[in-house]
Design a protein around this ligand. Structure first.
Ligand code: GLN
Length: 472
């Protein structure tokens, strides 16, 4: 499906297409392409799909259609839909059925969207390649020997191969922007608090945000406008969002010394500089900025996120949700259930993070790691705020490398973590960022430009993003 949301609405209104035809087309493309890509873990029930089609048709008749009415959409499998399976790509939730709708799901349903299926991901969103899925890796539609990125690899790949026009993912340290970058599409990580996290399976609660994937900035904006907003069910969602003006003449800051680092792929750097040149020749002012604490962001992230993971994952104990296994040999039957369920039900990366998170939070180490990380986190926030007094946006590549080979990094967690260098600072600070396609490597692998705005500056990202789309 290679149509924009606007084209789809026009065609629905003038009768060139119907909601059922759109759904059928999505099914056809997914059944053709997904065998080799594996972006989709499963489809939602026919009952749900049929009722959504009926609702969308009614909205079109009533003249109450929105930008998403009748539009098939795929959700990352850590977002819950009442009565439907939600696995977070984990064996521990392989047969779990959700008992309520996430707030974003409620909003999508009200907008008349057609929730179609569940997208593959790294288990509980922990990873950057979708190789940590318990149900098999998602391949990159541009080169199936390579990863689609992660953790929202499925949500990204299905849009990239044309299965659906838009999808949702979640971004804790880059999981929307990096797969968007690897697959050559647009991905938005909204401001922390702009979109309700209610019904998103928690990973790092102070970092997680739900956001959209699409093939163009307009479509990402349209989905964001539908899913955003305050929610009483998420205490961290922001009630009074300040209006952030979009300046007409824009100044973009580049943390040069941070970007031009060892380990950055030469083609990524060359493409990044070319993108800046394009913006410059279209009237943008590009200036160097200093963000002294940026170098520490990766370390801060991997302390904070492990700590929050170890706490959030304690709910998967074999008692309340999903899988529950007995260990007949255990002397204490209760402990036996905990141990057996968690060792058999959770993958290596998830268990590694629970252990490391428990360690950084343990008494005696708490001040040395977790508290220190939070102090540096506050320093980073201040530094960003002061830079944003002078520039409208900050530019960096989304990833230091293009999509890598399947298996290349899966046995080296540190190499995998290092690839998050340009995305994690944004979640630490809580500001919004967008990943925009900016060309391809010699081998035709997608490259991207990441733009970062101050809190609630999404409109600035859309405005620069549209300019960038025109000139690239
Ligand atoms: N790759 C990062 C991690 O492994 C980010 C994951 C995410 O944003 N969910 O933690």
């Amino acid at each position: 499906m290679r149509k924009t949301l606007q084209q789809i609405q026009e065609e629905l209104k003038n009768g060139t297409t119907t909601v059922s035809a759109l759904v059928e087309e999505a099914h056809t493309v997914i059944s053709e392409k997904d065998e080799s890509i594996h972006a989709i873990l499963g489809m939602y029930s026919n009952d749900l799909i049929e009722s959504q089609i009926a609702r969308a048709e009614q909205m079109l008749k009533d003249g109450t259609a929105t930008a998403l009415t009748g539009v098939p959409i795929v959700l990352k499998d850590n977002i819950v839909v009442k009565g439907e399976r939600a696995t977070a790509a984990s064996k521990i939730l392989a047969d779990y059925t959700a008992v309520y709708d996430a707030t974003v799901v409620k909003k999508l349903k009200e907008a008349g969207a057609i929730l179609l299926g569940r997208a593959n991901m790294d288990e509980f969103a922990m990873g950057g390649s979708t190789e940590n899925s318990a149900f098999g890796v998602t391949k990159n539609p541009h080169d199936i020997t390579r990863v689609a990125g992660g953790s929202s690899g499925g949500s990204s790949a299905v849009v990239a191969y044309g299965g659906v026009p838009v999808s949702l993912g979640s971004d804790t340290g880059g999981s929307i922007r990096q797969p968007a970058s690897f697959c050559g599409i647009v991905g938005l990580k909204p401001t922390y608090g702009a979109v309700s996290r209610y019904g998103l399976m928690a990973m790092g609660s102070s970092l997680d945000q739900i956001g959209p994937f699409a093939t163009c900035v307009d479509d990402v904006e349209a989905v964001f406008n539908i899913i955003k907003g305050a929610d009483d069910l998420d205490a961290t969602s922001i009630k009074d969002i300040p209006a952030v003006p979009v300046n007409s003449r824009k100044k973009i800051g580049v943390p040069r010394s941070f970007v031009e680092r060892e380990g950055i792929d030469p083609e990524v750097l060359e493409n990044f500089n070319a993108s800046l040149e394009k913006l410059k020749s279209n009237g943008y002012e590009i200036v160097d900025i200093q963000l002294e604490h940026l170098e520490k962001a990766l370390s801060v992230y991997y302390v904070v996120v492990f700590a929050e993971i170890s706490s959030n994952m304690s709910r998967y104990d074999g008692i309340r949700y999903g899988l529950s296994l007995k260990d007949e040999n255990a002397s204490n039957s209760m402990l036996g259930v905990y141990f057996k369920t968690r060792t058999d039900g959770l993958g290596d990366e998830v268990r590694r993070r629970i252990l490391l998170g428990t360690y950084v939070l343990s008494s005696g180490y708490y001040d040395a790691y977790y508290n220190k990380a939070n102090i540096v986190r506050a320093m980073l926030r201040e530094e960003f705020a002061s830079v944003f007094k002078d520039v409208d946006a900050i530019a960096m590549p989304t990833s230091p490398i293009p999509a890598f080979k399947i298996g290349e990094k899966s046995h080296d967690p540190l190499a995998m973590y290092l690839a998050d260098i340009f995305t994690v600072p944004i979640n630490i600070v809580g500001v919004p960022a967008i990943s925009l396609p900016s060309g391809v490597t010699k081998n035709n692998l997608p490259l991207s430009l990441q733009l970062i705005a101050p809190h609630f500056g999404e409109s600035t990202l859309f405005s620069i993003g549209r300019d960038f789309e025109k000139i690239s």
